[in-house]
Design a protein around this ligand. Structure first.
Ligand code: G16
Length: 549
């Protein structure tokens, strides 16, 4: 069987690649201005079908989103059959296909791919796709559908939903009817699975005070409205920033990325959040989560991905011990260079900790090596993975005491509550609420697990971010030559100083992170390292393109 070349050419001609642009499948797929992504979407539809054929007709997910990026951006990423990110080798294939200059060269590239990867074209191809609330999403989905049609694949439209729900659906479809069945393959199935596990986990616990949820004016607003129906009075959620229709408001002065980078409360919550009350922020596609609270003096305190990891890992370790499984089940943590030095010190004194490059795919794979792998990026993107063997142990272990039995049940329910396919703001929020309810922790008590070192994240706009190359899990630069030595020299001058520079995988910028013992020193170090980066790339100092967030 061969490719339906004529139909592909006909439809590809309707989705021409913009001549001047080069696309790259980066940290989270293709991501750039929504207005230039039409050809990419069409081609991704075909690529997803080939991936499905290569995997014997397993369903592949396609998510149209630019997550925390500004509203004008959009993007697309592929989801592999178990709900995980696309296999790394295929990122290269995606980039090649997206950059073929014409319909003919695109078809040539397809033929080469089919031949090199020995793709059996007679196999079925199944795709499930969804989008977030961005205004450009509808047209981009149409382009994707043309791609799916061109190759004759079977497409299922999951509509407007969160990224983690799409990941859930992919795994649910591919495990349907097997012993690993992940859940019903519908949004309702997802809601039921999470809320049922949550209710069991908090049964008998005093109900928590209401939680303010900032939905970033994104698709998370829809998911929160739904889960409220399922939770009943077990948890009171108060959604804010739920406007998904007014142009320009998505992720604007709200959401997890705003909170993390500005280290401030979204202004819209200023008169809403009361001292002592907890609040949390999702990002535009609801795969990141940041918590915070105001202390008695009204001072803002952020509880980021590192704090979530510490809270959750400690709870799981406690349950594993209480279940009498501490000799059998090993809990480990995965972080990135962005993890606060305070958190790494705290966690490493208790558990094995690994540092990997930024990007969920790196964290996910490293976490799979543990029996229970807790991974969180400081930006609030993360989850917990239970290995299949651990799952089996939880199911079959015979507890010797009622206390062991209770702990074991809690662990089993956690495996149901946690979306193990990818970081999920909704599932992570419920997880945090479970731990807080069990520990009777206030935000302040949670915060006091360890003290964060003051830190600052800065971005420098550069013409070509690819000249910046890193090693040692992105903690050191190897290119441009000589720059790392200058950074080292600077860092030495600051007490508890640490800084690194890395190219973003989602924006045309270079990111600079710095931390130090005192706030002014962390800010100054970030500023000075950004200055070094800027000097390296040159430019008009009057237009110094550095954003100090
Ligand atoms: C994506 C990735 C995250 C990563 C983030 C920022 O998040 O999934 O793992 O931390 O981009 O990446 P970078 O610093 O390379 O731009 P999201 O929430 O935008 O999908």
């Amino acid at each position: 069987m061969s490719l339906p070349v004529e139909l592909i050419r006909k439809l590809a001609d309707q989705h021409p690649k913009p001549a001047s642009l080069r696309f790259q499948y980066g940290t989270a797929g293709f991501r750039t201005l929504g207005t230039v992504l039409d050809s990419v979407m069409f081609r991704v539809g075909i690529l997803a079908a080939l991936r499905s054929k290569r995997l014997d007709g397993k369903t592949i997910g396609v998510m149209v989103t630019a997550s925390h990026n500004p509203e004008a951006d959009n993007g697309v990423k592929l989801v592999d059959p178990r709900g995980e990110m696309l296999e790394a080798a295929w990122e290269g294939h995606a980039t090649i296909l997206a950059n073929a200059p014409s319909s003919d060269s695109f078809i040539d590239a397809l033929q080469i791919l089919v031949k090199n990867l020995k793709i059996d074209l007679s196999k079925p191809a199944r795709i499930i796709y969804a989008r977030d609330t961005r205004p450009s999403g509808g047209a981009l989905v149409s382009a994707l559908e043309d791609g799916i049609k061109a190759i004759g694949a079977e497409g299922r439209n999951a509509g407007v939903t969160t990224t983690p729900i799409l990941h859930y659906l992919v795994r649910a479809i591919n495990t349907k009817g097997t012993k690993d069945e992940y859940g019903e393959d519908s949004e309702e199935g997802y809601m039921k699975k999470l809320s049922t596990a949550f209710k069991k986990l908090v049964a008998g616990k005093p109900s928590s005070p209401p939680l303010i949820v900032d939905c970033a004016n994104g698709v998370g607003a829809q998911a929160i409205a739904e889960i409220i129906q399922y939770l009943g009075d077990t948890l009171q959620l108060i959604p804010h920033n739920t406007d998904t229709t007014t142009p320009g408001v998505l992720n604007h002065a709200s959401g997890a990325d705003f909170v993390k980078t500005t280290q401030k409360l979204p202004p819209s919550l200023a008169s809403v959040l009361k001292p002592g009350q907890r609040g949390c922020s999702f990002d535009g596609d609801a795969d990141r989560l940041m918590y915070y609270y105001l202390d008695d003096r009204g001072q803002f305190h952020m509880l980021d991905g590192d704090k979530i990891a510490a809270l959750v890992a400690a709870f799981i370790v406690e349950l594993v011990k209480a279940a009498g499984l501490e000799e059998i089940v090993r809990v480990g943590i995965v972080q990135t260079a962005y993890a606060n030095g305070g958190s790494t010190k705290y966690l490493a004194s208790r558990l094995p900790v690994r540092c990997v490059p930024t990007g969920v795919k790196h964290l996910h794979h490293a976490a799979e090596k543990y029996d229970v792998g807790v991974y969180f990026e400081a930006n609030g993107h993360g989850t917990v993975l239970f290995s299949p063997e651990t799952d089996e142990i939880f199911r079959t272990h015979q507890p010797s005491t009622p206390a062991q039995s209770t702990a074991l049940n809690h662990l089993l329910n956690l495996t149901q509550l946690i979306n193990q396919t990818v970081g999920d703001a909704l599932s992570d929020m419920l997880l945090v609420e479970v731990v807080l309810a069990h520990k009777s922790y206030s935000g302040a008590e949670w915060d006091s697990l360890y003290v964060d070192l003051p830190n600052r994240l800065v971005k420098v706009v550069v013409v070509d971010r690819n000249i910046f190359r890193t090693e040692d899990a992105e903690r050191r630069l190897v290119s441009p030559p000589g720059l790392q030595a200058k950074i080292d020299e600077l860092v030495r001058r600051y007490e508890a100083g640490r800084a690194f520079v890395r190219p973003s995988g989602t924006e045309d910028v270079v990111r600079v992170y710095a931390e130090a013992m005192l706030r002014p020193q962390a800010d100054e170090l970030a500023y000075r390292v950004a200055g070094l980066v800027y000097d390296e790339v040159g430019g008009d100092p009057a237009k110094r393109p550095v954003e100090f967030l």
